[in-house]
Design a binder for this molecule. Structure first.
Ligand code: E4P
Length: 218
């Protein structure tokens, strides 16, 4: 399972990269705004800065919602850096644009996916990644993880190469359950990755090992 971090914060991206388990980054307009990145040139520069920190794919989202606008913006984003994946919303013009980009060899991440039908469409159009938002489904009392299972089954039935990028991950159990189901990728906050480290028995065990060593070597 690939680990992506879902942030535009360069320090957090550096921290995850330094851990040695990071495979990529996802961003969205809200995450960019949270970091105070505004203005087209600053936004484009920030994407390049992110690409220069990580080795893997970096999703950069289009703002346009019409076919021509999505294509123009997506082509500009794709030219920025070889690691950029163009993030396109699951709307009619978005699906058309995903097909256009696929034919041109430009990789896309279809975002804002909340149903298996939408995921099927994204795969048919040739998206490299599909992003089902599991946390936001959980927020409205709908089982986000069931959606990951449904999409896994559909993609396996037809050998779709589109990777399931479990998005809107909120905590470590989302990561673990997605790994059990077989999501190809997860994207979440830094805490959803570093939280996997934690177990009280590890801390207690290490404390005891070090104390015993000290006893015999002081
Ligand atoms: C996906 O790529 C999105 O950026 C993200 O996972 C949304 O997560 P949220 O629901 O925590 O905003």
């Amino acid at each position: 399972m690939k680990f992506f971090i879902d942030t535009a914060n360069l320090e957090q991206i550096e921290e995850a990269q330094a851990l040695g388990v990071l495979d990529g980054v996802t961003t969205n307009p809200s995450l960019m705004a949270k970091e105070g990145i505004t203005g087209r040139n600053n936004i484009l520069k920030h994407y390049v800065d992110i690409c220069n920190i990580v080795d893997g794919d970096v999703s950069a989202e289009v703002i346009a919602t019409d076919f021509e606008g999505i294509v123009k913006e997506g082509e500009e984003l794709a030219e920025l850096h070889g690691q950029i994946v163009v993030k396109v919303p699951m709307i009619k013009d978005g699906v058309k644009a995903i097909k256009y980009f696929a034919d041109k060899g430009i990789r896309t991440n279809c975002t804002l996916v909340f149903s298996s039908g939408q995921a099927l469409l994204a795969a048919k159009a040739g998206a490299a990644y599909v992003s089902p938002f599991i946390g936001r489904l959980d927020d409205i009392s709908t089982d986000g993880l069931s959606l990951i299972s449904e999409i896994r089954q559909i993609y396996d039935n037809y050998n779709f190469s589109t990777e399931i990028l479990a998005a809107s991950i909120r905590h470590t159990m989302h990561v673990i359950e997605c790994a059990r189901i077989g999501a190809d990728v997860m994207t979440g906050p830094l805490s959803s990755i570093t939280g996997l480290l934690k177990h009280p028995l590890t801390d207690i065990g290490l404390e005891k090992f070090l104390a015993d060593y000290k006893k015999g070597n002081s």
